[in-house]
Design a binder for this molecule. Structure first.
Ligand SMILES: [Cu+2]
Length: 157
């Protein structure tokens, strides 16, 4: 195969530019200590049901002002299917997925978690107002993706 001289020059320029940009991204990520949003915890996705805390999903009170919500996402539902938490308290969400990538997006809040199989994702949030909050999956996860939702009931403590 014959390549014109200019074609070779531009090919080499393109490859060199790619190497430079990827190196910049890599070096800055390591030097700033970047980690995936939600933490570095890992889990075997085939053993989610046997692994604590996912063997008992649900709401637990950690202390006076903190509650933990443990949930499992799988196509096309969240377990447990409904949860109740108090307003004005810190809620620590802990999630993982059993199959594919899902999300845990609480509408009208800042909570928008990636739920990735093999990883445990954490996020802290405090609901200021009581009410019912819709939770949606916004990562396309299969044919039933648009049915994947749940609800969080936030009550006056
Ligand atoms: Cu999903």
């Amino acid at each position: 195969m014959h390549l014109h001289k200019y074609e070779k020059v531009w090919l080499l320029f393109g490859i060199a530019a790619l190497a430079v940009f990827l190196s910049i991204v890599g070096v800055t990520a390591f030097s700033h200590g970047h980690t995936p949003a939600g933490g570095m915890d890992v889990i075997d996705p085939e053993l989610v049901d046997e692994t604590a805390p996912f063997n008992h999903p649900g709401v637990t009170q950690v202390d006076n002002d903190t509650y933990e919500v443990v949930m499992v996402a799988e196509a096309f539902s969240y377990t447990p299917s409904s949860i109740k938490v108090p307003a004005g308290k810190e809620i620590l969400f802990t999630l993982t997925s059993k199959d594919v990538v899902h999300s845990f997006t609480i509408i009208d809040t800042k909570v928008n978690m990636m739920v990735v199989p093999g990883r445990i994702t954490h996020k802290s949030y405090t609901f200021q107002k009581p009410g019912k909050y819709l939770v949606l999956c916004n990562e396309y996860c299969g044919t039933g993706h648009h049915f994947m939702q749940t609800e969080i009931e936030v009550y006056e403590p």
